[in-house]
Design a protein around this ligand. Structure first.
Ligand code: ADP
Length: 584
Protein backbone atom coordinates (compact mmCIF):
# COMPACT_ATOMS: atom_id res chain seq x y z
CA UNK A 1 0.00 0.00 0.00
CA UNK A 2 2.83 2.23 0.91
CA UNK A 3 4.46 1.45 -2.41
CA UNK A 4 1.33 2.30 -4.38
CA UNK A 5 1.05 5.61 -2.67
CA UNK A 6 4.64 6.35 -3.22
CA UNK A 7 4.20 5.53 -6.92
CA UNK A 8 1.16 7.74 -7.25
CA UNK A 9 2.85 10.59 -5.47
CA UNK A 10 5.75 10.34 -7.76
CA UNK A 11 3.75 10.10 -11.01
CA UNK A 12 0.69 12.23 -10.18
CA UNK A 13 2.49 15.32 -8.81
CA UNK A 14 3.58 16.71 -12.20
CA UNK A 15 0.16 15.86 -13.55
CA UNK A 16 -1.65 17.76 -10.84
CA UNK A 17 0.72 20.67 -11.28
CA UNK A 18 -0.01 20.70 -14.96
CA UNK A 19 -3.72 20.55 -14.26
CA UNK A 20 -3.45 23.44 -11.82
CA UNK A 21 -1.48 25.50 -14.32
CA UNK A 22 -4.08 24.91 -17.03
CA UNK A 23 -6.87 25.80 -14.66
CA UNK A 24 -5.09 29.01 -13.65
CA UNK A 25 -4.51 29.99 -17.27
CA UNK A 26 -8.12 29.38 -18.15
CA UNK A 27 -9.20 31.55 -15.23
CA UNK A 28 -6.84 34.33 -16.25
CA UNK A 29 -8.00 34.12 -19.79
CA UNK A 30 -11.59 34.26 -18.61
CA UNK A 31 -10.90 37.29 -16.51
CA UNK A 32 -8.93 38.94 -19.27
CA UNK A 33 -11.69 38.29 -21.78
CA UNK A 34 -14.33 39.55 -19.39
CA UNK A 35 -12.36 42.68 -18.71
CA UNK A 36 -11.72 43.16 -22.41
CA UNK A 37 -15.32 42.78 -23.26
CA UNK A 38 -16.27 45.25 -20.48
CA UNK A 39 -13.66 47.72 -21.66
CA UNK A 40 -14.92 47.18 -25.16
CA UNK A 41 -18.43 47.83 -23.94
CA UNK A 42 -17.23 51.03 -22.24
CA UNK A 43 -15.38 52.24 -25.33
CA UNK A 44 -18.41 51.34 -27.35
CA UNK A 45 -20.68 53.14 -24.90
CA UNK A 46 -18.50 56.21 -24.99
CA UNK A 47 -18.35 56.22 -28.71
CA UNK A 48 -21.97 55.30 -29.24
CA UNK A 49 -23.40 57.79 -26.91
CA UNK A 50 -20.93 60.55 -27.68
CA UNK A 51 -23.32 62.26 -30.07
CA UNK A 52 -26.19 62.00 -27.67
CA UNK A 53 -24.06 63.30 -24.79
CA UNK A 54 -22.85 66.17 -26.91
CA UNK A 55 -26.28 67.38 -27.94
CA UNK A 56 -27.40 67.03 -24.33
CA UNK A 57 -24.37 68.75 -22.84
CA UNK A 58 -24.02 71.79 -25.07
CA UNK A 59 -27.38 73.11 -23.99
CA UNK A 60 -26.50 73.05 -20.33
CA UNK A 61 -24.47 75.03 -17.87
CA UNK A 62 -22.98 71.79 -16.58
CA UNK A 63 -20.25 69.61 -17.98
CA UNK A 64 -19.89 65.86 -17.87
CA UNK A 65 -17.00 63.47 -17.61
CA UNK A 66 -17.21 59.74 -18.10
CA UNK A 67 -14.33 58.14 -16.29
CA UNK A 68 -13.28 54.52 -16.38
CA UNK A 69 -13.09 53.26 -12.85
CA UNK A 70 -10.21 50.79 -13.31
CA UNK A 71 -7.59 53.28 -14.44
CA UNK A 72 -9.42 56.63 -14.10
CA UNK A 73 -9.14 57.17 -17.80
CA UNK A 74 -11.42 59.92 -19.07
CA UNK A 75 -13.62 58.41 -21.76
CA UNK A 76 -15.83 61.35 -22.49
CA UNK A 77 -15.72 65.09 -21.86
CA UNK A 78 -18.61 67.33 -22.75
CA UNK A 79 -17.76 70.26 -25.04
CA UNK A 80 -18.31 73.07 -22.50
CA UNK A 81 -15.63 71.66 -20.19
CA UNK A 82 -12.92 73.92 -21.50
CA UNK A 83 -15.15 76.98 -21.47
CA UNK A 84 -16.09 76.35 -17.84
CA UNK A 85 -12.71 75.36 -16.48
CA UNK A 86 -10.14 76.98 -18.72
CA UNK A 87 -8.43 73.57 -19.10
CA UNK A 88 -8.00 71.93 -22.48
CA UNK A 89 -9.88 68.66 -22.78
CA UNK A 90 -6.79 66.84 -24.11
CA UNK A 91 -4.89 67.64 -20.94
CA UNK A 92 -7.52 65.93 -18.76
CA UNK A 93 -7.54 62.94 -21.09
CA UNK A 94 -3.80 62.69 -20.74
CA UNK A 95 -3.81 63.05 -16.97
CA UNK A 96 -6.88 63.44 -14.78
CA UNK A 97 -4.68 64.94 -12.03
CA UNK A 98 -4.79 68.22 -13.93
CA UNK A 99 -8.27 68.75 -12.45
CA UNK A 100 -6.58 69.44 -9.13
CA UNK A 101 -5.44 72.79 -10.48
CA UNK A 102 -9.04 74.02 -10.30
CA UNK A 103 -9.13 73.88 -6.53
CA UNK A 104 -6.84 74.73 -3.66
CA UNK A 105 -4.65 71.93 -2.26
CA UNK A 106 -6.85 71.89 0.85
CA UNK A 107 -10.03 71.42 -1.17
CA UNK A 108 -8.29 68.76 -3.31
CA UNK A 109 -7.34 66.82 -0.16
CA UNK A 110 -10.88 67.11 1.11
CA UNK A 111 -12.37 65.85 -2.17
CA UNK A 112 -9.99 62.89 -2.32
CA UNK A 113 -10.88 61.96 1.22
CA UNK A 114 -14.58 61.94 0.39
CA UNK A 115 -13.93 59.88 -2.75
CA UNK A 116 -11.93 57.42 -0.68
CA UNK A 117 -14.88 56.95 1.68
CA UNK A 118 -17.43 56.61 -1.11
CA UNK A 119 -19.00 53.19 -1.53
CA UNK A 120 -19.95 53.92 -5.11
CA UNK A 121 -23.54 52.89 -4.58
CA UNK A 122 -25.21 56.12 -3.59
CA UNK A 123 -24.80 59.28 -5.58
CA UNK A 124 -21.98 61.40 -4.14
CA UNK A 125 -22.39 65.18 -4.00
CA UNK A 126 -19.44 67.47 -3.48
CA UNK A 127 -19.57 71.23 -3.12
CA UNK A 128 -16.49 73.41 -3.18
CA UNK A 129 -14.99 76.71 -4.22
CA UNK A 130 -12.96 76.63 -7.40
CA UNK A 131 -11.25 78.93 -9.81
CA UNK A 132 -10.84 78.65 -13.53
CA UNK A 133 -7.37 77.53 -14.48
CA UNK A 134 -4.89 80.36 -14.19
CA UNK A 135 -7.21 82.56 -12.11
CA UNK A 136 -5.45 82.34 -8.78
CA UNK A 137 -3.25 80.05 -6.81
CA UNK A 138 -2.44 79.17 -3.25
CA UNK A 139 -3.69 77.38 -0.18
CA UNK A 140 -6.25 80.04 0.65
CA UNK A 141 -7.71 80.39 -2.78
CA UNK A 142 -11.18 79.54 -1.64
CA UNK A 143 -11.13 82.62 0.50
CA UNK A 144 -11.39 84.70 -2.65
CA UNK A 145 -14.55 82.64 -3.11
CA UNK A 146 -15.18 83.69 -6.70
CA UNK A 147 -16.75 80.50 -7.97
CA UNK A 148 -18.64 77.69 -6.43
CA UNK A 149 -19.08 74.26 -7.95
CA UNK A 150 -21.39 71.34 -7.31
CA UNK A 151 -20.27 67.91 -8.48
CA UNK A 152 -22.34 64.74 -8.48
CA UNK A 153 -20.70 61.34 -9.00
CA UNK A 154 -22.54 58.18 -9.90
CA UNK A 155 -21.39 54.72 -10.90
CA UNK A 156 -22.89 53.10 -13.94
CA UNK A 157 -24.75 49.77 -13.54
CA UNK A 158 -21.70 47.62 -14.06
CA UNK A 159 -19.68 49.91 -11.76
CA UNK A 160 -17.13 50.19 -14.51
CA UNK A 161 -17.47 53.94 -15.00
CA UNK A 162 -18.09 57.05 -13.06
CA UNK A 163 -20.34 59.70 -14.46
CA UNK A 164 -19.21 63.04 -13.12
CA UNK A 165 -21.54 66.00 -13.55
CA UNK A 166 -20.17 69.42 -12.70
CA UNK A 167 -22.38 72.42 -12.30
CA UNK A 168 -21.33 75.96 -11.51
CA UNK A 169 -23.75 77.15 -8.81
CA UNK A 170 -21.87 80.32 -7.85
CA UNK A 171 -24.93 82.55 -8.07
CA UNK A 172 -27.10 80.22 -6.11
CA UNK A 173 -24.34 79.74 -3.56
CA UNK A 174 -23.82 83.49 -3.18
CA UNK A 175 -27.54 84.02 -2.66
CA UNK A 176 -27.61 81.22 -0.09
CA UNK A 177 -24.50 82.55 1.65
CA UNK A 178 -25.90 86.09 1.74
CA UNK A 179 -29.21 84.80 3.10
CA UNK A 180 -27.43 82.79 5.76
CA UNK A 181 -25.37 85.84 6.75
CA UNK A 182 -28.52 87.98 6.89
CA UNK A 183 -30.28 85.38 8.96
CA UNK A 184 -27.33 85.19 11.33
CA UNK A 185 -27.18 88.97 11.60
CA UNK A 186 -30.93 89.21 12.17
CA UNK A 187 -30.61 86.58 14.87
CA UNK A 188 -27.71 88.40 16.50
CA UNK A 189 -29.55 91.71 16.32
CA UNK A 190 -32.65 90.22 17.81
CA UNK A 191 -30.54 88.64 20.55
CA UNK A 192 -28.79 91.97 21.18
CA UNK A 193 -32.19 93.69 21.39
CA UNK A 194 -33.46 91.12 23.85
CA UNK A 195 -30.32 91.55 25.96
CA UNK A 196 -30.61 95.33 25.68
CA UNK A 197 -34.26 95.24 26.75
CA UNK A 198 -33.66 93.04 29.74
CA UNK A 199 -30.65 95.11 30.77
CA UNK A 200 -32.67 98.30 30.27
CA UNK A 201 -35.55 96.97 32.29
CA UNK A 202 -33.16 96.16 35.11
CA UNK A 203 -31.41 99.53 34.88
CA UNK A 204 -34.72 101.43 35.01
CA UNK A 205 -36.22 99.39 37.80
CA UNK A 206 -33.23 99.94 40.06
CA UNK A 207 -33.53 103.76 40.44
CA UNK A 208 -37.33 103.47 40.23
CA UNK A 209 -37.23 101.20 43.22
CA UNK A 210 -35.05 103.75 45.00
CA UNK A 211 -37.40 106.64 44.19
CA UNK A 212 -40.50 104.81 45.40
CA UNK A 213 -38.66 103.67 48.51
CA UNK A 214 -37.45 107.19 49.32
CA UNK A 215 -40.96 108.64 48.81
CA UNK A 216 -42.49 106.08 51.08
CA UNK A 217 -39.83 106.80 53.73
CA UNK A 218 -40.51 110.53 53.35
CA UNK A 219 -44.20 109.95 53.96
CA UNK A 220 -43.55 107.86 57.05
CA UNK A 221 -41.27 110.62 58.46
CA UNK A 222 -43.53 113.49 57.50
CA UNK A 223 -43.44 114.87 61.03
CA UNK A 224 -39.63 115.06 61.01
CA UNK A 225 -38.81 117.77 58.47
CA UNK A 226 -35.08 117.06 58.34
CA UNK A 227 -35.55 113.37 57.61
CA UNK A 228 -38.30 114.10 55.09
CA UNK A 229 -36.07 116.60 53.37
CA UNK A 230 -33.25 114.06 53.21
CA UNK A 231 -35.46 111.35 51.65
CA UNK A 232 -36.96 113.80 49.16
CA UNK A 233 -33.51 114.97 48.10
CA UNK A 234 -32.47 111.35 47.54
CA UNK A 235 -35.64 110.70 45.54
CA UNK A 236 -34.92 113.80 43.44
CA UNK A 237 -31.35 112.83 42.62
CA UNK A 238 -32.45 109.30 41.73
CA UNK A 239 -35.10 110.81 39.45
CA UNK A 240 -32.43 112.93 37.76
CA UNK A 241 -30.35 109.80 37.24
CA UNK A 242 -33.37 107.97 35.83
CA UNK A 243 -34.01 110.83 33.44
CA UNK A 244 -30.44 110.80 32.12
CA UNK A 245 -30.68 107.04 31.75
CA UNK A 246 -33.91 107.25 29.79
CA UNK A 247 -32.43 109.91 27.52
CA UNK A 248 -29.37 107.73 26.92
CA UNK A 249 -31.49 104.67 26.23
CA UNK A 250 -33.61 106.60 23.75
CA UNK A 251 -30.48 107.93 22.04
CA UNK A 252 -29.04 104.45 21.90
CA UNK A 253 -32.16 102.92 20.43
CA UNK A 254 -32.36 105.67 17.82
CA UNK A 255 -28.76 105.03 16.89
CA UNK A 256 -29.36 101.30 16.66
CA UNK A 257 -32.43 101.70 14.48
CA UNK A 258 -30.46 104.04 12.21
CA UNK A 259 -32.81 106.93 12.98
CA UNK A 260 -30.27 109.35 14.37
CA UNK A 261 -29.66 112.02 11.80
CA UNK A 262 -26.88 114.53 11.98
CA UNK A 263 -27.34 118.17 11.20
CA UNK A 264 -24.97 120.15 8.99
CA UNK A 265 -25.15 123.82 10.02
CA UNK A 266 -22.37 126.35 10.63
CA UNK A 267 -21.21 126.73 14.21
CA UNK A 268 -18.29 128.26 16.07
CA UNK A 269 -15.83 125.94 17.78
CA UNK A 270 -14.78 128.73 20.13
CA UNK A 271 -18.40 129.08 21.27
CA UNK A 272 -18.49 125.34 21.95
CA UNK A 273 -15.37 125.71 24.08
CA UNK A 274 -16.95 128.64 25.93
CA UNK A 275 -20.06 126.63 26.65
CA UNK A 276 -18.03 123.71 27.96
CA UNK A 277 -15.99 126.06 30.08
CA UNK A 278 -19.00 127.60 31.74
CA UNK A 279 -20.54 124.16 32.21
CA UNK A 280 -17.59 122.59 34.02
CA UNK A 281 -15.69 125.48 35.60
CA UNK A 282 -17.75 125.50 38.80
CA UNK A 283 -18.01 121.73 39.17
CA UNK A 284 -14.26 121.25 38.81
CA UNK A 285 -13.55 124.11 41.17
CA UNK A 286 -15.88 122.61 43.77
CA UNK A 287 -14.11 119.26 43.43
CA UNK A 288 -10.68 120.92 43.57
CA UNK A 289 -9.72 119.70 40.12
CA UNK A 290 -7.51 121.85 37.93
CA UNK A 291 -9.53 122.70 34.82
CA UNK A 292 -8.27 123.99 31.52
CA UNK A 293 -9.50 124.35 27.93
CA UNK A 294 -6.88 124.97 25.24
CA UNK A 295 -7.56 126.12 21.67
CA UNK A 296 -4.51 125.40 19.51
CA UNK A 297 -3.44 126.37 16.00
CA UNK A 298 -6.78 127.76 14.81
CA UNK A 299 -6.96 130.21 11.98
CA UNK A 300 -10.67 129.69 11.39
CA UNK A 301 -13.33 128.95 13.94
CA UNK A 302 -16.59 128.30 12.10
CA UNK A 303 -17.23 124.86 10.70
CA UNK A 304 -20.29 123.00 9.44
CA UNK A 305 -21.64 120.06 11.40
CA UNK A 306 -23.84 118.97 14.25
CA UNK A 307 -22.83 121.17 17.14
CA UNK A 308 -25.24 119.59 19.62
CA UNK A 309 -24.11 116.04 18.98
CA UNK A 310 -20.43 116.93 18.96
CA UNK A 311 -20.88 118.79 22.23
CA UNK A 312 -22.76 115.79 23.66
CA UNK A 313 -19.75 113.57 22.92
CA UNK A 314 -17.25 115.95 24.53
CA UNK A 315 -19.52 116.51 27.53
CA UNK A 316 -19.59 112.77 28.08
CA UNK A 317 -15.80 112.56 28.05
CA UNK A 318 -15.44 115.54 30.36
CA UNK A 319 -18.13 114.31 32.80
CA UNK A 320 -16.32 110.98 33.05
CA UNK A 321 -12.95 112.69 33.43
CA UNK A 322 -14.32 114.83 36.27
CA UNK A 323 -16.10 111.86 37.83
CA UNK A 324 -13.09 109.55 37.81
CA UNK A 325 -10.50 112.14 38.86
CA UNK A 326 -10.01 112.73 42.57
CA UNK A 327 -9.42 116.12 44.18
CA UNK A 328 -6.00 117.55 43.37
CA UNK A 329 -6.03 116.06 39.87
CA UNK A 330 -6.52 117.84 36.56
CA UNK A 331 -8.76 117.72 33.51
CA UNK A 332 -7.55 119.35 30.31
CA UNK A 333 -9.55 119.75 27.13
CA UNK A 334 -7.66 120.57 23.94
CA UNK A 335 -9.14 121.60 20.61
CA UNK A 336 -6.56 121.61 17.84
CA UNK A 337 -6.89 122.51 14.19
CA UNK A 338 -4.68 119.84 12.61
CA UNK A 339 -4.79 120.93 8.98
CA UNK A 340 -7.11 122.19 6.28
CA UNK A 341 -7.58 120.25 3.06
CA UNK A 342 -10.07 120.92 0.29
CA UNK A 343 -12.28 123.16 2.38
CA UNK A 344 -12.28 120.82 5.36
CA UNK A 345 -10.78 121.26 8.77
CA UNK A 346 -9.21 118.22 10.36
CA UNK A 347 -9.87 118.62 14.01
CA UNK A 348 -8.56 116.95 17.13
CA UNK A 349 -10.41 117.19 20.42
CA UNK A 350 -8.70 115.65 23.42
CA UNK A 351 -9.96 115.22 26.98
CA UNK A 352 -7.15 114.26 29.30
CA UNK A 353 -7.42 113.52 33.01
CA UNK A 354 -5.14 112.40 35.79
CA UNK A 355 -7.78 110.16 37.33
CA UNK A 356 -8.00 106.49 38.19
CA UNK A 357 -7.37 105.27 34.65
CA UNK A 358 -8.90 102.25 32.92
CA UNK A 359 -7.76 98.63 33.12
CA UNK A 360 -6.20 97.49 29.84
CA UNK A 361 -8.63 94.61 29.35
CA UNK A 362 -11.62 96.92 29.73
CA UNK A 363 -10.50 99.36 27.03
CA UNK A 364 -11.56 96.93 24.29
CA UNK A 365 -15.06 96.74 25.79
CA UNK A 366 -15.49 100.37 26.74
CA UNK A 367 -17.67 101.26 23.73
CA UNK A 368 -20.17 98.46 24.30
CA UNK A 369 -23.55 99.51 25.69
CA UNK A 370 -24.05 99.13 29.46
CA UNK A 371 -20.39 98.25 30.01
CA UNK A 372 -18.64 99.51 33.11
CA UNK A 373 -15.25 98.48 34.33
CA UNK A 374 -16.65 96.40 37.16
CA UNK A 375 -19.67 96.06 39.37
CA UNK A 376 -18.28 98.53 41.90
CA UNK A 377 -18.09 101.34 39.29
CA UNK A 378 -21.85 101.98 39.37
CA UNK A 379 -21.84 101.68 43.13
CA UNK A 380 -19.07 104.25 43.64
CA UNK A 381 -19.50 106.54 40.68
CA UNK A 382 -23.03 105.93 39.35
CA UNK A 383 -23.62 105.94 35.62
CA UNK A 384 -25.07 103.33 33.33
CA UNK A 385 -22.30 102.56 30.86
CA UNK A 386 -24.18 103.97 27.87
CA UNK A 387 -22.32 107.25 27.37
CA UNK A 388 -19.32 105.77 25.60
CA UNK A 389 -21.44 103.62 23.28
CA UNK A 390 -23.41 106.72 22.28
CA UNK A 391 -20.27 108.83 21.84
CA UNK A 392 -18.67 106.15 19.70
CA UNK A 393 -21.74 105.86 17.49
CA UNK A 394 -22.10 109.61 17.04
CA UNK A 395 -18.43 110.01 16.10
CA UNK A 396 -18.75 107.13 13.63
CA UNK A 397 -21.79 108.82 12.10
CA UNK A 398 -19.52 111.84 11.67
CA UNK A 399 -16.96 109.59 9.93
CA UNK A 400 -14.58 110.26 12.78
CA UNK A 401 -12.61 108.16 15.17
CA UNK A 402 -12.07 107.96 18.92
CA UNK A 403 -8.76 106.83 20.38
CA UNK A 404 -8.54 105.89 24.06
CA UNK A 405 -5.32 105.75 25.99
CA UNK A 406 -5.21 105.03 29.65
CA UNK A 407 -2.96 103.82 32.39
CA UNK A 408 -4.37 102.52 35.61
CA UNK A 409 -3.75 104.92 38.44
CA UNK A 410 -2.26 107.56 36.13
CA UNK A 411 -5.09 108.86 33.99
CA UNK A 412 -6.95 108.63 30.73
CA UNK A 413 -7.22 110.49 27.47
CA UNK A 414 -9.95 110.32 24.88
CA UNK A 415 -9.07 111.80 21.52
CA UNK A 416 -11.64 112.48 18.80
CA UNK A 417 -10.48 112.98 15.23
CA UNK A 418 -13.04 114.38 12.82
CA UNK A 419 -12.99 116.51 9.75
CA UNK A 420 -15.65 119.14 9.20
CA UNK A 421 -16.26 121.47 6.26
CA UNK A 422 -15.16 125.02 6.96
CA UNK A 423 -18.17 127.36 7.01
CA UNK A 424 -18.60 129.32 3.79
CA UNK A 425 -17.04 132.76 3.67
CA UNK A 426 -15.03 131.89 6.75
CA UNK A 427 -11.89 133.99 6.78
CA UNK A 428 -12.20 135.19 10.28
CA UNK A 429 -9.13 134.67 12.41
CA UNK A 430 -10.37 134.16 15.93
CA UNK A 431 -9.13 136.17 18.84
CA UNK A 432 -6.42 134.55 20.88
CA UNK A 433 -8.00 132.20 23.37
CA UNK A 434 -7.17 133.24 26.88
CA UNK A 435 -6.61 129.90 28.42
CA UNK A 436 -9.12 129.24 31.15
CA UNK A 437 -10.61 132.69 30.60
CA UNK A 438 -13.20 132.61 27.83
CA UNK A 439 -14.47 135.66 26.07
CA UNK A 440 -16.98 137.33 28.35
CA UNK A 441 -20.64 137.15 27.38
CA UNK A 442 -22.40 140.49 27.52
CA UNK A 443 -21.80 140.85 31.25
CA UNK A 444 -24.77 143.01 32.35
CA UNK A 445 -27.37 141.04 30.45
CA UNK A 446 -25.95 137.78 31.80
CA UNK A 447 -26.18 139.06 35.33
CA UNK A 448 -29.72 140.36 34.79
CA UNK A 449 -30.80 136.97 33.42
CA UNK A 450 -29.32 135.23 36.44
CA UNK A 451 -31.30 137.49 38.75
CA UNK A 452 -34.54 137.31 36.74
CA UNK A 453 -37.69 135.99 38.45
CA UNK A 454 -41.14 135.23 37.08
CA UNK A 455 -42.69 137.79 39.44
CA UNK A 456 -45.56 139.53 37.57
CA UNK A 457 -44.82 137.75 34.26
CA UNK A 458 -48.07 136.96 32.38
CA UNK A 459 -47.90 133.52 30.84
CA UNK A 460 -50.22 131.56 28.60
CA UNK A 461 -49.75 127.86 29.30
CA UNK A 462 -51.04 125.41 26.68
CA UNK A 463 -51.13 121.98 28.33
CA UNK A 464 -53.67 119.20 27.88
CA UNK A 465 -52.50 117.07 30.80
CA UNK A 466 -54.14 118.12 34.07
CA UNK A 467 -51.36 116.91 36.38
CA UNK A 468 -48.66 118.63 34.35
CA UNK A 469 -50.75 121.81 34.17
CA UNK A 470 -51.37 121.77 37.93
CA UNK A 471 -47.64 121.36 38.72
CA UNK A 472 -46.58 124.07 36.26
CA UNK A 473 -49.19 126.56 37.47
CA UNK A 474 -48.47 125.96 41.14
CA UNK A 475 -44.68 126.20 40.81
CA UNK A 476 -44.71 129.33 38.63
CA UNK A 477 -47.46 131.05 40.58
CA UNK A 478 -45.45 130.49 43.74
CA UNK A 479 -42.83 132.65 42.10
CA UNK A 480 -45.36 135.36 41.29
CA UNK A 481 -46.14 134.55 37.64
CA UNK A 482 -49.70 135.02 36.37
CA UNK A 483 -50.87 132.00 34.36
CA UNK A 484 -53.80 131.25 32.12
CA UNK A 485 -54.27 127.75 30.81
CA UNK A 486 -55.42 126.52 27.39
CA UNK A 487 -56.25 122.82 27.09
CA UNK A 488 -55.09 122.39 23.49
CA UNK A 489 -53.45 124.24 20.63
CA UNK A 490 -56.70 125.49 19.19
CA UNK A 491 -57.69 127.06 22.47
CA UNK A 492 -54.24 128.59 22.86
CA UNK A 493 -54.54 130.30 19.45
CA UNK A 494 -58.02 131.52 20.31
CA UNK A 495 -56.96 132.86 23.73
CA UNK A 496 -54.01 134.65 22.18
CA UNK A 497 -56.20 136.16 19.43
CA UNK A 498 -58.78 137.31 21.98
CA UNK A 499 -56.28 138.75 24.44
CA UNK A 500 -55.42 142.48 24.41
CA UNK A 501 -52.25 143.34 22.51
CA UNK A 502 -49.22 142.40 24.62
CA UNK A 503 -51.66 140.83 27.11
CA UNK A 504 -49.23 137.92 27.56
CA UNK A 505 -45.48 138.19 28.00
CA UNK A 506 -44.74 134.65 26.79
CA UNK A 507 -46.40 131.37 25.82
CA UNK A 508 -45.39 127.94 27.15
CA UNK A 509 -46.64 125.39 24.66
CA UNK A 510 -46.95 121.63 25.04
CA UNK A 511 -46.45 119.90 21.69
CA UNK A 512 -48.62 116.78 21.67
CA UNK A 513 -52.14 118.05 22.29
CA UNK A 514 -55.56 117.12 20.90
CA UNK A 515 -57.30 119.19 18.19
CA UNK A 516 -54.19 121.17 17.33
CA UNK A 517 -50.63 120.41 18.35
CA UNK A 518 -48.23 122.97 19.77
CA UNK A 519 -46.18 123.36 16.59
CA UNK A 520 -49.27 124.13 14.53
CA UNK A 521 -50.53 126.53 17.17
CA UNK A 522 -47.18 128.35 17.29
CA UNK A 523 -47.14 128.61 13.49
CA UNK A 524 -50.68 130.09 13.52
CA UNK A 525 -49.71 132.67 16.13
CA UNK A 526 -46.62 133.65 14.13
CA UNK A 527 -48.81 134.14 11.06
CA UNK A 528 -51.17 136.47 12.92
CA UNK A 529 -51.26 140.11 11.82
CA UNK A 530 -51.14 141.34 15.43
CA UNK A 531 -48.13 143.45 16.38
CA UNK A 532 -47.33 140.99 19.18
CA UNK A 533 -47.29 137.95 16.85
CA UNK A 534 -43.60 137.67 17.68
CA UNK A 535 -44.37 136.92 21.33
CA UNK A 536 -41.79 134.56 22.89
CA UNK A 537 -43.11 131.02 22.57
CA UNK A 538 -41.36 128.08 24.21
CA UNK A 539 -42.14 124.45 23.52
CA UNK A 540 -42.55 122.59 26.80
CA UNK A 541 -42.68 119.02 25.71
CA UNK A 542 -41.94 115.39 26.41
CA UNK A 543 -40.68 115.18 22.82
CA UNK A 544 -37.09 115.49 23.87
CA UNK A 545 -35.05 114.47 20.82
CA UNK A 546 -32.63 116.88 19.26
CA UNK A 547 -34.75 116.70 16.12
CA UNK A 548 -37.81 117.87 18.09
CA UNK A 549 -35.84 120.78 19.50
CA UNK A 550 -34.69 121.72 16.03
CA UNK A 551 -38.21 121.54 14.70
CA UNK A 552 -39.48 123.88 17.41
CA UNK A 553 -36.88 126.46 16.41
CA UNK A 554 -37.59 125.98 12.68
CA UNK A 555 -41.30 126.56 13.29
CA UNK A 556 -40.42 129.92 14.83
CA UNK A 557 -40.47 129.14 18.55
CA UNK A 558 -37.88 130.76 20.80
CA UNK A 559 -36.77 127.60 22.58
CA UNK A 560 -37.63 124.05 23.52
CA UNK A 561 -37.87 122.92 27.14
CA UNK A 562 -37.94 119.15 27.60
CA UNK A 563 -40.12 117.47 30.19
CA UNK A 564 -39.64 116.83 33.02
CA UNK A 565 -39.49 120.58 33.23
CA UNK A 566 -36.55 122.24 34.89
CA UNK A 567 -38.11 125.49 36.16
CA UNK A 568 -34.71 127.16 36.44
CA UNK A 569 -34.45 126.65 32.68
CA UNK A 570 -37.92 128.16 32.19
CA UNK A 571 -36.96 131.16 34.25
CA UNK A 572 -33.67 131.59 32.39
CA UNK A 573 -35.19 131.26 28.91
CA UNK A 574 -38.14 133.53 29.62
CA UNK A 575 -35.78 136.03 31.27
CA UNK A 576 -33.39 135.93 28.33
CA UNK A 577 -36.23 136.53 25.87
CA UNK A 578 -37.89 139.34 27.83
CA UNK A 579 -34.70 141.10 28.92
CA UNK A 580 -33.14 140.66 25.48
CA UNK A 581 -36.16 142.37 23.96
CA UNK A 582 -36.12 145.26 26.37
CA UNK A 583 -32.42 145.96 25.61
CA UNK A 584 -33.03 146.05 21.81
P1 ADP B 1 -20.88 105.71 32.72
O1 ADP B 1 -19.90 106.82 32.90
O2 ADP B 1 -22.31 106.15 32.74
O3 ADP B 1 -20.62 104.52 33.56
P2 ADP B 1 -19.72 105.50 30.08
O4 ADP B 1 -20.16 104.69 28.91
O5 ADP B 1 -19.57 106.96 29.87
O6 ADP B 1 -20.74 105.16 31.22
O7 ADP B 1 -18.34 104.91 30.60
C1 ADP B 1 -18.21 103.51 30.70
C2 ADP B 1 -17.14 103.17 31.69
O8 ADP B 1 -15.86 103.52 31.18
C3 ADP B 1 -17.22 103.88 33.00
O9 ADP B 1 -18.17 103.31 33.88
C4 ADP B 1 -15.79 103.72 33.50
O10 ADP B 1 -15.62 102.42 34.03
C5 ADP B 1 -14.98 103.84 32.22
N1 ADP B 1 -14.47 105.21 32.00
C6 ADP B 1 -14.91 106.11 31.09
N2 ADP B 1 -14.21 107.25 31.14
C7 ADP B 1 -13.27 107.09 32.11
C8 ADP B 1 -12.23 107.92 32.63
N3 ADP B 1 -12.00 109.15 32.18
N4 ADP B 1 -11.47 107.40 33.64
C9 ADP B 1 -11.69 106.15 34.11
N5 ADP B 1 -12.66 105.31 33.65
C10 ADP B 1 -13.45 105.77 32.66
Amino acid sequence: MGMILEYMDYHLLPLSLLFAAILFSVCCLGLYLRERSRAGRIEALAAGERKFFKSFAVNRQDFFLLIRRSDLKVLYISPNFQEMTGIEAELVCADIEVLKSLVSPKTARNILEQLGNWDGEQELRLEFDYQMAGEAAGENREESGDRHGLVTLQSDESSACYLVVFCDNTEDYQVRTAMKAELKQAYQESQAKTDFLSKMSHEIRTPMNGILGMLSLARSHVKEPEQTDYYLNRAESLSQFLLTLINDILDMSRIESGKMELEAVPFDLFKVAEKLDSMFRNTTEAKNIQWEIEMQDFDVSRVVGDELRLTQVIINFISNAVKFTPAGGSVTVTFRQMHKIEGKMHLMIRVRDTGKGIKADFISRIFRPFEQEDASTAHHYGGSGLGMAIADNIVRLMDGQIIVESEEGKGTEFVVYISLPIAEGEQFVPETWNEGCPREAAGDLKKAIEEFTLEGVRLLLAEDNDVNAEIAIEIMEMEGAVLERACDGLEAVRMFEESPEHGYDAILMDIQMPNMNGWEAAAQIRKSSRPDADIPIFAMSANAFVEDKRHSIEIGMNGHISKPVDYDEVRELVGEALLGRSTH
